[in-house]
Write a new protein. Structure first.
Length: 316
């Protein structure tokens, strides 16, 4: 099973308690994975095609609570023989039509109804509608991957209702339309975590929270490592310039003519080319800024190619 399949199963194991919420969940599931066919006598033949046994059992229980005559079977799609799906089939009788009407997908005469935006007015029903839609057609990225949550549905109108349900709960979702379907989605980590929490996928929400902690810690470590690497690179480059300057001054006889403080700094650096400036200053018994200034003066003299520094600059 994929991570998204595990999350859908978790949602199915935490159904809402209230009648209005259970109907909101059922209605959203029917709009996300159901097909309706009008038959004679004002009845409707309906099918629900879902992945996952827990989701199938939940929807079967909700349909039978509403009095529907419903059967269940499993099958393996020809294009994905390794995957097993669950098909719920409602009889085209009056009891099943009443169950569909209770879920808000048809009227008492069996005519299909558009999605009802009023479902988003109550926070409990909004959360249940999102749970039902996700349970039948939702995907979410697993830990360690960029955040992404998508919920497909048959119509843009229903996607807009789901977006409104998210807004009711403080979760920002975006609607995307495709030629054959629509979806609500988000790439914002806090929105993904919030939606998983409200639909009952608490373990997945904790996975997301833990992943965020790890991601931030790794980012901080990388930033520190990059900073340290850059700082070390600058130190190595400065040391090379200093050693090269000392070699230049020694080659043309100017090193011996330097004032004592500069000459001592040059000897110290030449003897310890691998030491960072702070340790070098400790060995030389002088403040770090003073030693740094003397080494900069040595490098400048080598670049100038002039005579030795005057005695007044030795205290730099």
């Amino acid at each position: 099973m994929t991570y998204a399949s595990d999350v859908r199963e978790e949602v199915a194991h935490h159904p809402p308690a209230g009648d209005c919420c259970r109907r909101a969940l059922l209605g959203a599931a029917l709009r996300g994975a159901g097909t309706l066919h009008l038959t004679g006598g004002g009845h409707v033949h309906a099918e629900l095609d879902v992945a996952g046994h827990a989701v199938g059992r939940l929807l079967l229980a909700l349909l039978r609570e509403e009095g529907a005559t419903c059967g269940i079977r499993t099958y393996r799609p020809a294009r994905l023989p390794a995957a097993q799906r669950v098909l719920l089939v409602l009889a085209d009788d009056a009891a099943s039509t009443r169950a569909l009407a209770a879920a808000g997908v048809v009227d008492p005469a069996g005519r299909p109804l558009p999605p009802d935006p009023a479902i988003a007015r109550r926070a409990c029903c909004a959360a249940s509608a999102l749970a039902g839609a996700f349970a039948v057609a939702g995907t979410v990225s697993g830990p360690g991957r960029p955040a992404l949550l998508e919920v497909r549905t048959h119509s843009a109108d229903h996607a807009e209702v789901l977006r409104a349900c998210g807004a009711r709960l403080g979760i920002d979702l975006r609607v995307r339309e495709r030629p054959r379907w629509a979806e609500v989605m988000t790439r914002r980590r806090e929105a993904v975590q919030g939606l998983l929490s409200v639909i009952g996928a608490d373990s997945a929400a904790l996975d997301m929270a833990e992943d965020e902690v790890v991601r931030q810690a790794r980012g901080a470590a990388n930033r520190r490592a990059n900073f340290d690497t850059a700082n070390l690179g600058r130190q190595v480059a400065a040391t090379r310039r200093q050693v090269r300057a000392i070699e230049v001054l020694a080659a043309d006889g100017r090193l011996a003519a330097l004032p004592a403080p500069l000459r001592e700094a040059a000897v110290l650096r030449a003897a310890h080319p691998d030491l960072p400036l702070s340790e070098l200053a400790q060995r030389g018994g002088c403040p770090r800024p003073t030693l740094a200034a003397r080494l900069r003066r040595i490098a400048a003299l080598a670049e100038e190619g002039g005579g030795p520094a005057e005695s007044g600059s030795a205290s730099a």
